[in-house]
Ligand binder design. Structure first.
Ligand code: COI
Length: 356
């Protein structure tokens, strides 16, 4: 495959920036987008010249396969700005590798590494003013690939569009969340594509989550589809349970997303001597720990959610509160992670990447 150099990206700049219309103090997640977007089409077995163009609607044929068969994958990453005005990404290679892993599972072509990074860096340079410094502020980056081939024949497409759009972000969840443990619905199954960041994995959660919301829960803790006895993930985040001082998290599998925040927290915890058990976790042991007081914390970990404490969970009609902790692991990990991401602490793992 031909390699694209940065100067080969065709750039069309916006005439007037929309940035002055944005209230950066009051952002709700994912509603506002920056001035530009990155676009690259796949036609005749090759990725074409990448472009950066003003952010705006797409024109696609109504028969484009993405609309009918959901052949679409995406990523979630963030750019952070330190007090000196330098911009950083966090483990971006992980996102690059994962989007291609997701794409492979949906029979989509891999996107070349240099196109991905040259496009991302050029976009971040152009829309740099949209990245605000200060903890909690970031630019949420959404790379995605859709099947654009105009045909409703039910097979993989031969035309695709890779895009990157960016949205200034603060927190994803405001306040601690309550979650409902799944007893009937499943997010994914053995041999399925739960590990992929595929659009359909998210759409399938909306209905059960809507029902959970009617009961006062914001999210679902998914359980294994065979028995509903083991906890998996929460759909927008992986899950951690602190029982006494031990941290438990489910192993990744073909049903569970290999979260970048998840693996970073495991590494941070282990470095600090916190015992982490990565193993199948029974719902019954979490319920027992909630009853005997050894369940100290539950929290989710994800790019958008960062580290998100869970204050209560529902299971089989019962409601269990998780009392706030003085020395909370969630608060500690959130700070440790954000300090690395915002260039405020030593990065012993080499996770931070400066955007030049
Ligand atoms: C992310 O954390 O980037 C996610 O993908 C969650 C998203 C669906 C809001």
């Amino acid at each position: 495959m031909e390699n694209a150099l940065p100067q080969e990206i065709e750039i069309t700049k916006i005439a007037t920036s929309k940035i002055t219309e944005v209230d950066f103090e009051n952002l709700t997640f994912g509603n506002i987008f920056t001035d530009h977007m990155f676009v690259c089409d796949y036609v005749n077995g090759e990725w074409q010249t990448p472009k950066i163009v003003p952010y705006g609607p797409l024109t696609l044929d109504p028969s484009a396969r993405v609309f009918h068969y959901g052949q679409a994958v995406f990523e979630g990453m963030k750019a952070y700005k330190d007090e000196q005005g330098d911009t950083y990404l966090f483990r971006p290679d992980e996102n690059y590798n994962r989007i291609n892993k997701s794409a492979e599972r949906l029979a989509m072509p891999a996107f070349p590494e240099n196109y991905f990074f040259d496009g991302l860096y050029a976009l971040l340079k152009l829309d740099n003013a949209w990245i605000k410094s200060g903890e909690g502020n970031s630019l949420y980056i959404r790379p995605f690939v859709i099947a654009t081939q105009p045909s409703v024949s039910a097979s993989e497409a031969d035309q695709y569009r890779f895009m990157i759009i960016c949205s200034p972000a603060q927190s994803y969840y405001s306040g601690d969340v309550s979650v409902l443990v799944a007893e009937k619905f499943s997010r994914s199954a053995n041999g399925g594509f739960g590990y992929a960041k595929a659009a359909g994995n998210y759409a399938g959660q909306f209905y059960p989550t809507k029902l959970a919301k009617e009961q006062g829960y914001q999210q679902i803790i998914w359980t294994d589809s065979n028995t509903h006895e083991y906890v998996e993930e929460a759909g927008t985040m992986n899950l951690f349970f602190r029982v006494n001082d031990t941290l438990l998290t489910a192993p990744i599998s073909d049903r569970i997303l290999d979260g970048v925040t998840r693996k970073s927290l495991i590494a941070l915890a282990e470095k600090q001597g916190i015992v982490v058990e990565v193993r199948p976790i029974k719902v019954s042991e979490i319920v027992a720990a909630a009853k005997d007081g050894s369940l100290k914390e539950i929290f989710g970990a994800g790019t958008a959610a960062v580290v998100s404490p869970v204050k209560a969970f529902g299971y089989k009609g019962a409601h269990y509160e998780v009392a706030p902790q003085e020395n909370s692991y969630a608060a500690h990990f959130k700070k440790a992670l954000l300090d690395i991401q915002y260039n405020m602490a030593e990065d012993a793992f080499g996770w931070r990447v400066k955007v030049q």
